[in-house]
Ligand binder design. Structure first.
Ligand SMILES: [Zn+2]
Ligand SMILES: [Zn+2]
Length: 95
């Protein structure tokens, strides 16, 4: 009976360790997902709002909005955000 109990105890230990291990994996996956979410959000914020592909890199003047990439900028006459007339654009270099 004693050995049976010890076996059960060992079994429980394995289960607990396994759960802890799984929990750690679960937590790191969650962490990874939230990091990925942040990254996606950041990427989305920086993605060109016109072609949704390239990175936004043009600053519109005089409003100063950064909305689209250098290939889409010439197509726009007004800023998609504030609707003000674009008098010029400056290429922005973001790190
Ligand atoms: Zn674009
Ligand atoms: Zn604007």
């Amino acid at each position: 009976m004693g050995s049976g109990l010890a076996g059960l105890e060992r079994f429980y230990n394995v289960v607990i360790n396994l759960n802890l291990f799984n929990w750690c994996i679960f937590l790191s996956i969650l962490e990874l997902l939230s990091l990925l979410g942040d990254y996606e959000k950041l990427k989305e914020e920086r993605t060109c709002k016109i072609c949704m592909d390239a990175e936004s890199s043009v600053v519109f003047l005089p409003c100063g909005h950064i909305v689209c990439c250098s290939s889409c900028a010439p197509v726009l006459r007004t800023c998609p955000i504030c609707r003000s007339y674009i008098k010029g654009s400056v290429r922005a270099y973001m790190p």
